[in-house]
Design a protein around this ligand. Sequence first.
Ligand SMILES: [Zn+2]
Ligand SMILES: [Zn+2]
Length: 317
Amino acid sequence: MFDVLTRIWVDTSGALYEGAVQPALYALGLMIWADRVQEWLDFALLGIVQIVLVYAVCRPLEAWRPVEDVTDGKAVWTDVIYTLLARLGLLPLIAFVLLSGAERSLNGFLADAGLVPPTLESLIPGLREAPLLALLLYVVILDFGEYWRHRFQHMFPWWYALHSVHHAQRQMTFWTDDRNHLLDDAIAAVWFGAVALLIGVPPVQFVLIVMLRQLAESLSHANARLNFGWAGERVLVSPRFHRLHHGELSAGAHGRNYAVLLPVWDWLFRTADFDRQNYPRTGDKKAPESLATGGWLTQQIVGLKELGRALRRRDAG
Ligand SMILES: [Zn+2]
Ligand SMILES: [Zn+2]
C-alpha cells in the first residue's frame, strides 16, 4: 500500500515539476535553484492536498452545527494566512532539510563509531510483517511526545509566551490549528521530527502520520458543536474536548485537555476536563489584545516581546 502511494506521489510531483516548474525556472534563468524548488514543490503539493482534505471535512461540519456565529471575519482570515504559511511555506522545508542533515551527520557519526541506532522495527522484529500495527504504534508514541510538548508549552512561562498566540484567538475555527508563533512552530517541528527519527518512522509512514494528525487537529479546532459521545470523547480528541482546552479557564498554567489525538494521556496524567464547561468562550484574558485581533506580523512581533518579558521575569525572580 505504501509503495503504491509513494509511486502516485512521485509521479504527480514529477509531472508537475517537469511540465510547469522546470520550464519556468529555465525561462527565468533560475535553474541554479532547481533542487531547492523541487523539494519545496513536494511540500507545497502535500500542503495543498492537506488543505483541500481538511476543508472538505471541516467546512460542512461548521456550516451544519456552528458553536457560535463568526462575528470577526478578519480574525479568521489571519488564521487562514497562518495555515497557508505553515502548509505551503518554507518553514516545513527548512525544518526537514535541517533535520535530514542532522540525521545524516548523526548516522555518519554512529556508523564511524560502529553503532547502529535501534529503531522500533529492530527492537520488535515482528513489526516488519505488520505495517499497520507498526503505523499504529508510531502514532501512539508520537502522540505521547506531543502531549508532553503541549504540557511543557503551558508549564514554562517563556514557552507559553509563544503558545499564547495560539490561545488568544476568540474566534476559533478549523483554521486556528496553524495559528502558532514561528519560533514555536520550529520547536514543534524539531520535537516531532526528533521523536520520529528516534523510533525510526519510515518516510512514507511519517508523511501519512503528519497528514492524519493535521486532519485530526484541524477538526478538533472546528467551530462545530460536535462530541464523540461519552466513550468516544475518551478515545479520540473531539472538537468539544479541544474547545475546552481553548476555554478562558484553561489558559496558561491552568491548562486542561492537552492531548492532540488520544485523550488517554490527559486521563492518565490527571489533566482531563470533560465537563467543567460546555463549549466555553475561547481566548486568553491575560494575552495582549493585539495577539487576539492583530495581523500576522503584529502577532509574531508581540509574541517575541512577550517571550522577552517572560525571560526577564524569570531572570529577575
Ligand atoms: Zn495549549
Ligand atoms: Zn488548539
